[in-house]
Design a protein. Structure first.
Length: 319
C-alpha cells in the first residue's frame, strides 16, 4: 500500500531549510550557500529506498532540483536507476555526482548505513553527532528505528540544533522516538507518522480474504524482526476474531533460511500469510521468488507483504 510521508513545521527556534516546510516556500539558498543534507539509515531496505526516491520526486516537483543535469529528471529515468540497484548508497552517490541543484548539496561525506549491525550503528552514531555539532549539515534524514533511536538517545544529542527528519519508523511512539503522531517532543526532530499503518493493512487484508488463521514468521534478526507487526496483529486478532499462527525462525547465517522453514511448516495450519521482511539482499536473492511462496499460491493461501510493493509482481498477492 502506498505510504505518504508529509512533514510540516509551524514554529521553530532554529534555522530550518525551507524545502521541508511546505508547498508555499519557493526554492531559495542558505544565505548565499547551498543547504547541505546528510543521510543516516539502520540498513538497506526497499522501504528506505522507496521513501528516499519519493522525497526526491517531491523536491523536483517543487523546483528544488530543477535545471542543469536535472532537466531530464523523470519517473522513467529514476525507475531505470531504481531497477539497477536496490540500495540507497547507489542513489546517494548518484545525487552527489550529478546533482547540480542551485539550492541543495547531498553531501558525499555525510552518508551512513548501519547495515543492520548494532555495533556499526553505534560507531556511526558518534560520527553523525560530530557532523551535527560541527555545523557540517543543515539537515539530516534518518531512516529506520535503530538509527533513529541510537541518535536521539545519544548523550550529546540534546546539544544539537540541526533539524532531523525521521522516517521509515512505522510506530515511533511505541519505539520511544516520538511523543505523539505529530510532535516528537524534541525541538529539532521532525516527524509525522500514521499510527494506522499496520491496522489499515490488516483490516483490508481480512476484509478481502476473510482469513481465520493468519501466519507470521519472525526472527531476532535484521531481516525479519517483526515486533511492530506482532503487536498490531495481536490487537487486530481480538477485534476481528481471527487466530494468529506464529513461527519464530531459528537463527542461521542466511537469516532467510529459518524464515523459509517456518513458511513451509505453516502451510497446513493457515489460510493467509503476513510478510514483514526487511531483507536488504533484494537484488542478489529476492525472497519473494522463493518456491515456498509459490507453494502458497498452489495451496490458495493469500499473502500480504507489508513493505515491498515490488513483490506483488511475483508470487505475493497483496502489498
Amino acid at each position: 500500500m502506498k505510504k505518504v510521508f508529509s512533514i510540516y513545521v509551524c514554529i521553530v527556534m532554529f534555522t530550518v531549510p525551507p524545502f521541508i516546510m511546505g508547498e508555499e516556500y519557493p526554492p531559495t539558498n542558505n544565505n548565499g550557500k547551498k543547504w547541505v543534507v546528510g543521510y543516516f539509515e539502520s540498513g538497506e531496505s526497499y522501504e528506505h529506498l522507496h521513501t528516499l526516491l519519493g522525497t526526491l520526486f517531491n523536491l523536483h516537483r517543487r523546483g528544488w532540483v530543477k535545471g542543469g543535469d536535472y532537466a531530464d529528471f523523470s519517473v522513467d529515468k529514476i525507475s531505470a536507476m531504481f531497477r539497477k540497484s536496490y540500495n540507497t548508497k547507489f542513489t546517494w552517490n548518484w545525487l552527489t555526482e550529478i546533482g547540480r541543484s542551485k539550492y541543495i548539496t547531498f553531501s558525499p561525506a555525510s552518508y551512513w548505513s548501519g547495515e543492520w549491525d548494532s555495533k556499526k550503528i553505534t560507531t556511526q552514531t558518534e560520527e553523525v553527532i560530530q557532523h551535527l555539532l560541527s555545523g557540517k549539515l543543515d539537515l539530516l534524514i534518518v531512516y529506520g528505528n535503530s538509527a533513529s533511536k541510537a541518535l536521539i538517545t545519544h548523550k550529546k544529542f540534546p546539544s544539537t540544533t540541526v533539524p532531523i527528519i525521521v522516517g521509515c519508523v512505522p510506530d515511533p511512539i511505541h519505539n520511544g522516538i516520538s511523543k505523539t503522531p505529530e510532535k516528537s517532543g524534541i525541538p529539532n526532530v521532525l516527524v509525522r507518522c500514521d499510527l494506522n499503518f499496520y491496522p489499515k493493512q490488516i483490516d483490508l487484508f481480512h476484509r478481502l480474504t476473510k482469513f481465520k488463521n493468519l501466519g507470521l514468521a519472525h526472527a531476532d534478526s535484521s531481516c525479519c524482526r517483526a515486533k511492530d507487526s506482532v503487536n498490531y496483529i495481536l490487537k487486530a486478532s481480538k477485534l476481528l476474531g481471527f487466530n494468529v499462527v506464529f513461527c519464530k525462525a531459528e537463527l542461521t547465517p542466511d537469516c532467510m533460511d529459518g524464515i523459509k522453514k517456518c513458511w513451509e511448516s505453516m502451510i497446513p495450519k493457515i489460510d493467509a500469510l503476513w510478510l514483514a521482511i526487511h531483507s536488504h539482499k533484494f537484488k542478489e536473492k529476492p525472497y519473494y521468488k522463493e518456491p515456498v511462496l509459490e507453494n502458497m499460491v498452489i495451496h490458495k493461501i493469500p499473502t500480504w507483504d507489508v513493505f515491498n510493493v515490488k513483490a506483488v509482481e511475483h508470487s505475493i498477492l497483496f502489498g
